[in-house]
Design a protein around this ligand. Sequence first.
Ligand SMILES: Nc1ncnc2c1ncn2[C@@H]1O[C@H](COP(=O)(O)OP(=O)(O)OP(=O)(O)O)[C@@H](O)[C@H]1O
Ligand SMILES: [Mg+2]
Length: 154
Amino acid sequence: MINVPSIDLNNVKDTHELAKKIAQKIRSGMLIYLSGDLGSGKTTFARDLIHELGFDGIVKSPSYSLVEQYTFDTYTVNHFDLYRFRSPEEWHEAGFNEFINRENINLIEWPEKGDPYLPVSDLIINFYYISSDKRKVLITASSPKGVECIKELM
Ligand SMILES: Nc1ncnc2c1ncn2[C@@H]1O[C@H](COP(=O)(O)OP(=O)(O)OP(=O)(O)O)[C@@H](O)[C@H]1O
Ligand SMILES: [Mg+2]
């Protein structure tokens, strides 16, 4: 496991820049957990990342649908939000394991709600609310692909 020193996101532009840097390094099959309190910036980051990967439509928060999918030429991005899970077993009941394979890129908000059933992540991005415009992130890479993704952030 490798931890990136804490990164300050002083405004939404900084959040976009971080998403852009990670999008440039992301590889198919990656699983990224997005953790942090309500309003800490998880969906904002995911939206920027999906746009940076080349999607030019509307990226909705999956907070009601539980998952939103974006199809690209060779992979699909699955953007999950598990906040509304009443129990972690819903991960299996919804068949979400089937969404995770070697090609797709998976972003999961509120991964704690699926614990202990989720597959192991490549990256964990923890968001912290500092003030109305400011956020902070702590990033942990837990696989070689994850490390490759964050190398230049250190
Ligand atoms: N530096 C920043 N980075 C990200 N979002 C910011 C920042 N400054 C202000 N914001 C605002 O904070 C809000 C973050 O909301 P967002 O939906 O991304 O949070 P979330 O972590 O996904 O919450 P939830 O747990 O409810 O899904 C947005 O309205 C965004 O514009
Ligand atoms: Mg959200």
